[in-house]
Design a protein around this ligand. Sequence first.
Ligand SMILES: [Fe+2]
Length: 343
Amino acid sequence: MVKGMEVLNGFNTFVDQHKIGFKLTPILVGELYLAKSLKHPVYVFIDETFQPVFTSGTPPSKEQILQLIKSNFKEVYVYREDQEAIKAHLEQALLKITRSLSIGDPLQNGAKELKLLSMNLDNLYRDPHSDERLMLQFQSIQNLGKFLIENKKQQSLLFQNLASENFHFTMIQPMLSSMLLLSFIQNLHLFHEKEVENLFSASYFKDIGFSMIPSDKYDLKDLKPHEKDLFANHADFSFELLEGRLPISKSYLSIIKNHHFMNDRIKNIASKNHPHDEQEIIYGIESTLVSVFDIFVAMTSDRPYRKGMTHYKALEVIKKIMADDYPQEFKALVIFLKQFFKN
Ligand SMILES: [Fe+2]
């Protein structure tokens, strides 16, 4: 039941429910903020049935949307034509803030950009072959990279704002790991600004292959072997989806394709194999850092089936896979993370 919210007269028969199920499509609750008008009601799925909560015509108020969020609804259901209109508004809003990022309050602009970009990423997952959607993401991420480099002082707060959003991990993990990466390599002073921007973009797009995995598998602890294979191959899927479409060089595409090599090292350690067996390819510092921040964010954030580990514990794991090859960078990483999360 939606607390404090009246559920309108619903559909009572099985056939009615079946019919309405065909017409509806899920959107994120937060996307309702972008609904300027709705031609049909908005539905929630409760007690195995679709129940209308907002009537057609006027869009729901901020208070009504907040009520849904407080009642733990992450998705609501709308008719396809309403969904298309909401997605179009989301893209317009993203384009507008992307073009005016540097005008006004950086904290407010940055937070808005991050929120809209993450919601739009979810739409890209649902339609990964859309060149238009991919290019909007690419332009936005390029501008955001420059903006974050210019606004170093705001990076930590913007990161924590986004991390506290009630978004699914597939929507924010790419951004959170890429923001940490950008901040760290900016601090290292080993890379030119352009390289920092390019690595930020490559890191952000590395998990786009998730779109090839059925979304109902994301939150399951126990997966069948072929489902595990899908997850294990998402880096390959990302590469295949992006090659020839994303205007980045081959070396960055290769970083995307191989961004899970550190995970294999972790598995080797767990299974007591030598972590650096002869067959392992030597990866550069760029690939290592993209992989390390991906692992760090994944290990320290909660999943529906497990709690995230502490930063200290995650660093213990990262030490085992990184410190032999890059001792100086590992030391710098420990100091950086302490500083980044000091508040
Ligand atoms: Fe990944």
